[in-house]
Write a protein that binds this ligand. Structure first.
Ligand code: TRP
Length: 376
């Protein structure tokens, strides 16, 4: 860590500490999300542009059941309600906090497979990568003029990511990636951004950029509307060892894993020695986490699942969780395997999505240049 970088200060708030101010903002954001969800339910089909949605993933590795339960399933639900959907595979975001791009091509194609298997329909949903859409990336230049280095350095998510990056110095891309993410969101004029809690600071930054752009460069005309976060109501899920899900800890169940791999991972999951299974998140977090996962797949409350298992102990609990995951994902996994046999199709989905994203981005960039007096 470098002394000149304030974000690396030893008193930087650790990742899993909930700040009071944050939880107030979070509660308000949750409330707004619930209202937004009701509005989508009512009006999405008659007024799709009002609810245009963009979200995305970093292609750093395979998607796991946490992604599926907290986000993928919801994207498909919104798409099927008539919401115009854009999904960015954020390949430039991969290099914000690591030295190598890794298996970028494999990871990008893996994401596409999971999107398609989950039910995202490339006829209705635009799936694209950052690196293929130059006009999106160019928006970052005027947007960077609208933010100060102080506000970038204050971004709590950037600070947390820096703290987790093994003492790496803060790269210019990590510092400014919230602005790049604003370009992702604003290039297609999306109004709704389904995200996890950790992404709320980026949404606030995006709203500020939209607002400042309009007042500074567009004489107060609304070139960019301020988008809204749509938070998932899925609670934070832990890995099978009861700690934060992380690929490197080997505690995740990936969507592409086989039924046998899933069973083995769940068999090895941490539980406790109490025979009677109860749902008690504070006293028995690992057991509660397994009940939560099964409950989300079965669409049943963790309490009622606990009653079902009763005195069956960890063994019966694990059998139930394995059944929940494997039965619910059987269709997904079969579709994914089928699609994986047709790499040309995956390529064509990316090409079509990139073409569509380029059309939209070029139109937006043309507007931006025009209002800034830069169309020559
Ligand atoms: N930063 C997001 C994540 O790590 C991925 C992402 C990139 C994103 N661009 C986005 C999410 C735009 C929402 C909107 O999960």
């Amino acid at each position: 860590m470098t002394a000149t970088i304030p974000t690396a200060a030893p008193d930087a708030t650790p990742v899993e500490t909930v700040r009071t101010e944050d939880s107030r903002t979070y509660a308000a954001a949750l409330e707004r999300s619930a209202v937004l969800d009701a509005l989508i339910e009512e009006h999405a089909t008659e007024d799709p542009a009002r609810f245009r949605m963009l979200t995305g993933d970093r292609p750093t590795g395979p998607l796991h059941i946490g992604h599926f339960l907290a986000s993928l399933r919801n994207r498909v639900r919104l798409q099927d309600k008539g919401v115009e959907t854009f999904v960015v595979i954020a390949d430039y975001q991969v290099i914000t906090d690591r030295d190598s791009v890794g298996e970028m091509g494999v990871n990008v194609r893996g994401l596409v497979l999971d999107y398609l298997a989950a039910g995202l329909d490339p006829g209705r949903t635009t799936i694209f990568t950052h690196s293929a859409v130059p006009a999106l990336n160019q928006l970052m230049l005027p947007f960077l003029s609208l933010v100060t280095d102080a506000e970038l350095r204050r971004n709590p998510t950037v600070k947390d990511e820096l703290a987790l990056s093994d003492g790496r110095p803060l790269s210019g891309l990590l510092l400014t990636y919230p602005v790049h993410q604003a370009a992702d969101i604003l290039f297609c004029h999306s109004r709704i951004v389904p995200v996890g809690r950790d992404q709320l600071p980026h949404l606030e930054q995006t709203r500020a950029i939209a607002h400042r752009f309009n007042s500074r460069y567009a004489a107060g005309q609304s070139v960019f509307a301020e988008p809204e976060a749509l938070l998932s109501d899925v609670p934070l899920l832990l890995g099978t060892d009861g700690t934060k899900m992380s690929k490197s800890k080997g505690n995740v169940i990936n969507l592409r894993d086989t039924a046998d791999e899933t069973a083995a991972r769940i068999r090895a999951a941490r539980t406790d020695s109490e025979r009677r299974i109860t749902y008690d998140p504070s006293a028995r977090p690992a057991v509660a986490n397994l009940l939560t996962i099964a409950g989300l797949f079965f669409e049943e409350s963790p309490e009622s699942l606990a009653e079902r298992v009763g005195d069956g102990g960890a063994r019966a609990l694990k059998a139930l969780v394995t059944e929940a995951v494997n039965e619910s994902l059987a269709g997904h996994r079969a579709r994914r395997a089928d699609l994986a046999r047709d790499p040309a199709y995956v390529t064509s989905v990316l090409h079509d999505g990139n073409t569509r994203a380029n059309e939209v981005a070029e139109r937006t960039l043309a507007t931006v240049r025009a209002v800034m007096g830069m169309s020559y």
